[in-house]
Design a protein around this ligand. Structure first.
Ligand code: AMP
Length: 148
């Protein structure tokens, strides 16, 4: 059975371009719908979740900036229309799974650095997304030289 709805997750860096290209090629080959998502991670998470101040204004700005970055990033892909783009707020694994289930996606595409050593112990988004995913997951290998 060919895939029907592919969800590609991007961190909005140029590093994700090969991930989008792979997802788009797959979507064309299988006649699947393609959706793209970026997750804005709450600032509190970066501080370990325990911040003694109100971050709501900053978070609103963070979300608006992410929308602008999403528009800039997807400007390179005119084949993606606005209704195919999603911006969510929260923990990437949880939000990518939620959206994939909500949108009846049968494949999630993410980038993977194929980390080793300490980075492997700390985990990666690709690894995180794989566990408990509601559908297939494709990890597109990103070349080390592409990492800034
Ligand atoms: P990382 O392990 O954080 O280097 O990210 C690996 C891949 O996970 C990226 O290439 C994206 O496909 C995906 N990813 C990472 N962060 C996000 C995010 N905030 N929103 C959506 N996808 C993400």
């Amino acid at each position: 059975m060919p895939y029907q709805h592919i969800l590609v997750a991007v961190d909005l860096t140029e590093e994700c371009d090969p991930v989008v290209v792979r997802a788009h090629t797959l979507a064309l080959a299988s006649g699947a719908k393609l959706s793209l998502v970026h997750i804005v991670e709450p600032m509190a998470m970066a501080f370990g979740g325990d911040v003694p101040m109100d971050l709501s204004m900053l978070q609103q700005q963070q979300f608006e900036q992410a929308r602008e970055r999403l528009n800039n990033f997807t400007g390179k892909y005119p084949e993606l229309s606005a209704d195919q783009l999603h911006l969510a707020y929260g923990q990437p694994r949880q939000e990518i799974h939620r959206l994939a289930a909500e949108q009846d996606c049968d494949l999630i595409v993410v980038g993977s650095h194929g980390r080793h050593g300490l980075a492997l112990l700390l985990g990666s988004t690709a690894n995180d997304v794989l566990h408990g995913a509601p559908c297939d997951v494709l990890a597109v290998r990103l070349k080390k030289t592409e990492k800034a």
